[in-house]
Design a binder for this molecule. Structure first.
Ligand SMILES: NC(=O)c1ccc[n+]([C@@H]2O[C@H](COP(=O)([O-])OP(=O)(O)OC[C@H]3O[C@@H](n4cnc5c(N)ncnc54)[C@H](OP(=O)(O)O)[C@@H]3O)[C@@H](O)[C@H]2O)c1
Length: 269
């Protein structure tokens, strides 16, 4: 382990890392020395592209398909990971979707699918990761912590979002899932934290930034006047996974260019 490779000899599983923020996190963890499991639900090509990018830089990676909302598929993903790499040190619960609708038109399918992937999926993966951390046990040569879980939440764990109540409710749920888990697992030296991204350029929100007009409108919400990139989240994930952040547990780090600073009040309100 060196300053450049703080995750050397550690294994990270990143859910939903075939594109977007998950891809940015997978690449950053690999560049920091970790071997990476690139999980995906449907984008096999995307996952294989990310695996190849990682291998090209000299780190190890494999792609594993699993719908994180399905218990059996999650169990299988962890078992394949452990068969291949021996254990898991870092879980990044990143997989997430939006199914937007005005509230009165929101269907039970839109509600259940978003809760299923964003919240139930995060629960299922965290549970299997914790089982593996406990099975492997504490090894100070790997890390000061027995294991690390990072949730990719959102500024919408605290900012209400009209027209997206299923998504905002799932992220609000992640916040207390993360904190309760951090409280429960701290005595076992398992650290649990979240990253709360603001607006990051990915497929999930393409229409909000892919024309100059849309981007200008979005920038009104971002005091730092730049829409984020997946690499902005990747670097936070590396720090949260490394021993550099060993005293952090139960915290959300908002990486949002100041979106949570109530930009509407910048000129006096
Ligand atoms: N972009 C933003 O501005 C922003 C802001 C705040 C928070 N976030 C959060 O960041 C996370 C990543 O989103 P993104 O912006 O990077 O969007 P994205 O590019 O659409 O990526 C979503 C990823 O999740 C995977 N996924 C979807 N359903 C899945 C399932 N059932 N099981 C496993 N994987 C699944 C997708 O894989 P497949 O393509 O293979 O289905 C894809 O890799 C989400 O939790 C999102 O809520 C994003």
């Amino acid at each position: 382990m060196t300053k450049d490779t703080p995750l050397k000899d550690q294994v990270a599983l990143v859910t939903g890392s075939s594109s977007g923020i998950g891809e940015g996190i997978a690449l950053a963890l690999a560049a920091s020395g970790a071997s990476v499991v690139v999980n995906y639900a449907s984008s096999k090509e995307g996952a294989e592209r990310v695996v190849q990018k990682i291998r090209d830089t000299g780190s190890e990676a494999i792609a594993i398909r699993a719908d994180v909302s399905d218990e059996e598929q999650v169990l299988e993903m962890f078992s394949k990971t452990i068969d291949h790499f021996g254990t898991v040190d870092v879980l990044v619960n990143n997989a997430g979707i939006q199914k937007d609708s005005e509230f009165i038109d929101m269907t039970i399918e839109q509600w259940d699918r978003v809760m299923g992937v964003n919240l139930r999926g995060a629960f299922l993966c965290a549970r299997e990761a914790v089982k593996e951390f406990i099975r492997r046990g504490f090894d100070p040569l790997r890390s000061k912590a027995m294991g690390k879980i990072i949730f990719v939440s959102s500024v919408h764990e605290v900012i209400p979002w009209a027209g997206h109540v299923n998504y905002a409710a799932s992220k609000g749920g992640i916040m207390l899932l993360m904190k309760s888990l951090a409280q429960e697992l701290a005595p076992q030296k398992i650290r649990v934290n979240s990253i709360g991204p603001g607006a990051i350029k990915t497929n999930i929100n393409r229409s909000a930034w892919d024309t100059p007009e849309a981007e200008a409108k979005l920038l009104k919400l971002i005091p730092y006047k730049r829409v984020g990139e997946p690499a902005d989240i990747g670097s936070v994930a590396v720090w949260l996974a490394s021993d550099e952040s060993d005293y952090l547990t139960g915290t959300t780090i908002y990486a949002d260019g100041g979106m949570l600073l109530y930009p509407g009040f910048a000129t006096g309100g």
